[in-house]
Design a protein around this ligand. Sequence first.
Ligand code: GDP
Length: 179
Amino acid sequence: GYVADEEYDYLYKVVLIGDSRVGKTNLLARFAKNEFSLHSKSTIGVEFATRVIHFDGKTLKCQIWDTAGQDRYRAITSAYYRGCVGALVVYDITQKETFQNLDRWLNELHDHMDHDNPVVVMLIGNKADLAYLRVIPKDEAKAFAQKENAFYMETSALDTLNVETAFRKLVTQVYITKD
Ligand code: GDP
């Protein structure tokens, strides 16, 4: 049934990180509003969107933060990470560099993390619809995720593939871990 915006059992802050152009904003738009855009945003600054997920009879409200352009300058502030309980760390399966840079993003996340409250990490290989342009094999990404103690999933914000599943998996895992 209808749940008013302010009625929820838990509020979770989730951050989206990863190189510019990997599809973070479109993953968020797809999840929060079921929208997709071929044209990139021009906003500079942090933005977030919220959506509730129902799980285990509970209403989990997710507040998902998007860097909205800051990643281009690698100037993400601590405020962005503060209080986050989950992270979607995104690369583009067609761009090797975005996969190679995952180390830097994970290091940054770990540097900002409150170590008494570990963050659940979901590694996302986005643009799975462009399989013919793939340069990162699934096995390689899966092995990397395992090494990093992270979940792994390939998504397409364009095709809607796994977007819901990825966010849901991350948020329910946060719930399970924190409960
Ligand atoms: P961000 O900089 O990481 O937030 O990336 P954007 O969401 O702005 O996306 C960058 C570009 O990739 C845009 O032109 C999007 O239309 C495109 N894009 C995003 N997700 C996908 C996807 O799943 N498949 C394809 N083919 N293009 C995508």
